[in-house]
Design a protein around this ligand. Structure first.
Ligand code: FMN
Length: 220
């Protein structure tokens, strides 16, 4: 009896936390949807995250394959996206392990979840690295000084801390920071969407072939 009431107590806040479908009447996945329109909607979803740190797409999980063939996963900030969801971009440090991982295996995956429409967005992409080129220069010029500072650190991400301080010495030379700064451009190939719904979940994949998106509904 005691165990039953504990379970009931647990289920209440979980249900209350997520909106019901009545509060999210605009569905993403419907019958006979238009592939291009859905891709544009996703492009807007991604673009909103580049402008608002409160939006669900602002932080995405990036998966790469490490040098032993194992999976690696971490959070990145979405810095750019294209209206038709053809690509997205994030920034990283050339010295971080993910740089070498992407260089060796450019196929990456990104994951987002928007709790309001209860939408999971899984992205397969091919990453291209921009370092010390015009695209990287433009992004660097738009990067605030506070963010530039981490690229100017004299210690590489993941390097052991030996002097007991997490605040490493920082060089004031802007060009040193720029030399570590990398824009990762991810050309999106597949987007797997899962929309949770109390009346039945819906799922499908958008596959990009020769610049056009094709929608295939699949079993959730
Ligand atoms: C909220 C948040 C945002 C982050 N954004 C980035 C980012 O945009 N780029 C990045 O390289 N690391 C970012 N990080 C740090 C990474 O998640 C990761 O810890 C670090 O880059 C080392 O990853 P690696 O060892 O796999 O290369 C972020 C971490 C958090 C918690």
């Amino acid at each position: 009896m005691k165990e039953k009431s504990a379970k009931e107590g647990f289920s209440q806040p979980v249900l209350a936390k997520y909106p019901t479908d009545a509060s999210c009447p605009v569905r993403w996945i419907t019958a006979n949807l238009d592939s291009a329109a859905l891709a544009h909607r996703l492009g807007q979803w991604l673009q909103t995250g580049t402008n608002s740190s409160h939006h669900a797409s602002h932080l995405l999980q990036l998966a790469t394959v490490d040098t032993t063939g194992g999976p690696q996963l971490r959070t990145v900030v979405l810095r750019g996206a294209e209206p038709a969801a053809h690509w997205l971009r994030f920034h990283t440090d050339l010295r971080s392990p993910k740089y070498e991982e992407i260089r060796k295996q450019p196929r990456v995956a990104l994951l987002g979840y928007d709790p309001n429409p209860r939408l999971q967005v899984r992205i397969d992409a091919v990453a291209a690295i921009h370092h010390k080129d015009p695209l990287a220069r433009l992004a660097w010029e738009r990067t605030p000084a506070s963010s530039r500072a981490s690229y100017a650190s004299r210690r590489a991400p993941g390097e052991p801390v030996k002097d007991g301080t997490f605040a490493p010495p920082v060089t004031d030379a802007d060009e040193v920071g720029f030399a570590h700064f990398v824009v990762v451009h991810c050309a999106i190939e597949v987007i797997d969407l899962l929309e949770l719904d109390n009346e039945g979940h819906r799922r499908g994949t958008l596959v990009r072939t020769q610049g056009d998106w094709f929608w295939q509904p699949v079993t959730p």
